[in-house]
Design a protein around this ligand. Structure first.
Ligand SMILES: [Mn+2]
Length: 269
């Protein structure tokens, strides 16, 4: 198999990789790193999951490959800025330390090519209200559908027991709404922090939910994660920032290949 084309970008932001856990999608992250070379890479927290490593060693070769790939980029001239999150808080002891071209900082201000400043932080300090956002969001995804079919079964049982009708789907909907509220609160706190620091926007991670939205004049950007959604934030050389979804990149490549093959077959015929 040939190597994919390398795209050069100004900045790459990734967070919530959770190396050291079985959930980490290291193969896909490697695919991203094979396709994109950046002048600067920000690791926006929870890259290494120290909590899990403490309770049992899980470190397959592919996760080593990710670390090696990042270090190779640094050797070739990429600036690496590591902002520890709550899962790699052991690195917070090293805040302010520079290892060669790797800098460990608590937070950063990133200035884009067009001169716009963004506050870059992991975001867990604003977590008081959102601690349960993730599992609630997960619950939300399947709960509604499950509830729809469960509703009939449940109420059949309740009727047999002489109990009144109770809507499981309405309950599930409420839970989903709560999860959405939690995420909304997190986004508001982060936008407020950007406003306080006088930046145009904020770039964060932590809640595993990629986003690019305007919050009353503050641009809120969340890089997402590499446990499920496999998303990153990229800055092009003109300063444009956008969320990259690797699955979409791979799908576009696959379609491109299929088209090339179809053309080749048509030519040969
Ligand atoms: Mn986190």
């Amino acid at each position: 198999m040939s190597e994919p084309d390398m795209t050069r970008i100004r900045t790459l932001f990734i967070s919530d990789v959770h190396l050291g856990t079985a959930g980490c999608k290291a193969e896909l992250l490697l695919e991203l790193l094979r396709r994109y070379d950046a002048d600067t890479i920000y690791l926006v927290g929870d890259i290494i999951d120290g909590w899990r490593l403490k309770s049992g060693w899980y470190w397959p070769q592919i996760q080593n490959d990710v670390v090696q790939k990042l270090l190779r980029k640094v050797r070739k001239g990429t600036n690496l800025i590591y902002i520890p999150g709550n899962h790699d808080e052991f690195l917070r002891d090293y805040i302010g330390v520079t290892f060669g071209d790797i800098r460990i900082v608590d937070r950063a201000i990133h200035r884009t090519a067009d001169g716009t400043d963004y506050l870059v932080i992991h975001g867990d300090e604003f977590d008081v209200v959102v601690a349960h956002a993730r599992w609630l969001a997960h619950l939300g995804d399947w709960a509604y559908e499950t509830a729809l079919w469960g509703n009939g079964v449940l109420n059949l049982v309740r009727r047999k027991l002489g109990l009144p009708y109770w809507s499981l789907s309405a309950w599930a909907k409420l839970k989903v709404k709560n999860a959405v509220n939690y995420i909304g609160d997190f986004e508001r706190y982060l936008a407020e922090e950007a406003r306080k620091s006088g930046t145009f926007g904020v770039i964060c991670g932590h809640i595993h939910h990629a986003a690019d939205r305007d919050m009353d004049g503050v641009r809120y950007l969340n890089t997402g994660d590499w446990v499920e959604s496999c998303t990153a934030l990229i800055e092009e050389y003109d300063g444009r920032l956008s969320i990259l979804r690797l699955t979409e990149v791979l799908e576009a490549e696959r379609q491109g290949r299929a088209r090339t093959e179809a053309t080749a077959i048509a030519r040969a015929a």
